[in-house]
Write a protein that binds this ligand. Structure first.
Ligand SMILES: *Cc1c(COP(=O)(O)O)cnc(C)c1O
Length: 397
């Protein structure tokens, strides 16, 4: 991550195709567009790369999660189980549909804990939403088994782990639905954009309509199209999609660079006995977008994180007190600070997160440092970084 680092001629060429015709919209204007259908092209390429039947592009990763839930018929009062360590988009998408976000602990995978999931299932639960944080995945096998036993949907948020695999399958393709973000800082970027992938024809049909005001997309006269059900506008523009067409072709090149840089840093840190690494579930292969490691206790972790910053080692994150990624700073959620009234179901069913016990999450996230793996680093820079990190960690433990 992030794909913008290697932005170049291929991206410019794709964008210029769109600018030359001036058709910035993904639908209609057939005569003017000189046969450029960038959004369709990216959907085809993404579905092929992710080994699924269908992909639906939308305007963001948050939109992808919302559209994925909507396409499966999730609505007011339905409960969606999600982890305490994720991005705010998880609960935003759930609440956007009037559904209820049920937070549960993460474990040493830094993703949703299957045992905690099982304890949180009620008769209103409809979806389990694992989030493959920082380049590695949840225990999808255990989660799928729970879904099958309780007749629930498995929706993978693979926004931070595109290109990783589980049981030989691309992340996002293992569950019923998978979501990606192509925002500016993700492994491949469209500037802004996102996608839903699925093998389920009905979900694809629904996502296609829902993300474009419920339009049925039959015929070539947009004005004459019917709208069999309500939708919104979550469309991506052709300009954004064009960037993605160039970037997806480079995904495997980017993953190779991530893996190489990750391995240099990891090999160095492995020589320090006090450092341990997040658990990758059996059968999983990381995307190597981040290197995540644990230190023996929270206070050491805080000290090391501070020292890394002072020592000029950038792009290392301590998520425990981060605004965007950890429940502790989600005051807008825990205090339900909504501009307008939310559906009554949300007020009735939302647990009081001010009194919840997420000590298992605190135990792991409080000891975690994550290093973003950049694509633009030269090998000698990564070596230098590895040496500096080891010196700093050893000076503190
Ligand atoms: C980036 C991200 C999203 C949302 O993506 P946007 O395109 O920024 O809306 C959702 N989930 C996770 C885990 C992310 O990292």
């Amino acid at each position: 991550m992030p794909g913008f680092e290697l932005f170049g001629d291929k991206e410019r060429k794709q964008v210029n195709d769109v600018l030359e015709t001036g058709v910035l919209m993904r639908y209609g204007f057939d005569g003017m567009r000189n046969n450029h259908w960038k959004a369709r092209e990216l959907e085809k390429a993404l579905a092929a790369r992710m080994q699924v039947k269908h992909a639906q592009l939308v305007s963001s990763g948050t939109a992808a999660l919302t559209v994925a839930l909507a396409s499966a018929g999730i609505g007011a009062g339905d409960e969606v189980i999600m982890p305490t360590f994720t991005f705010v988009a998880s609960f935003e998408s759930i609440l956007a549909l009037g559904a209820v976000p049920i937070l549960v602990d993460v474990d040493d995978t830094l993703t949703i804990c299957p045992k905690a999931v099982e304890k949180s299932i009620t008769e209103r639960t409809r979806v389990i939403m694992p989030v493959h944080m920082c380049g590695s995945m949840a225990d999808l096998k255990a989660l799928k088994e729970i879904c099958q036993r309780h007749d629930l949907l498995l929706l993978e948020d693979a926004c931070q782990a595109i290109g990783g695999t589980f049981d030989g399958k691309p992340l996002g393709s293992y569950g019923d639905l998978g979501c990606f973000s192509f925002d500016y800082v993700k492994t491949i970027t469209c500037g802004e954009g996102g996608a839903v992938i699925t093998n389920n024809e009905k979900y694809k049909f629904n996502a296609d309509h829902y993300s474009d005001h419920g339009h049925d997309h039959i015929g070539s006269d947009r004005g004459a199209e019917a709208h069999p059900f309500l939708g919104y506008n979550y469309r991506i523009s052709e300009l954004n999609a064009a960037v993605g067409v160039a970037q997806i072709e480079r995904l495997d090149e980017f993953l190779g660079i991530q893996r190489k840089n990750y391995t240099i840093l990891r090999s160095a840190l492995e020589t320090i006995p006090e450092v341990s690494f997040r658990r990758v579930p059996e059968g999983g292969v990381e995307s190597y977008a981040f290197l995540n490691f644990f230190l023996p206790d929270q206070s050491t972790t805080e000290k090391v994180h501070r020292a890394l910053g002072i020592g000029g080692v950038d792009a290392c994150f301590y998520w425990y007190n981060n605004n965007w990624h950890y429940y502790k700073e989600w005051e807008h959620l825990t205090q339900i600070k909504s501009l307008g009234k939310l559906p009554q179901e949300v007020y009735n069913q939302l647990p009081d997160y001010n009194t919840s016990d997420f000590s298992q999450s605190d135990h792991w996230v409080g000891r975690t440092i994550s290093c973003l793996i950049k694509l633009g680093w030269e090998e000698h820079e990564v070596q230098q970084r590895a040496n500096t990190m080891c010196e700093i960690i050893q000076s503190i433990i």
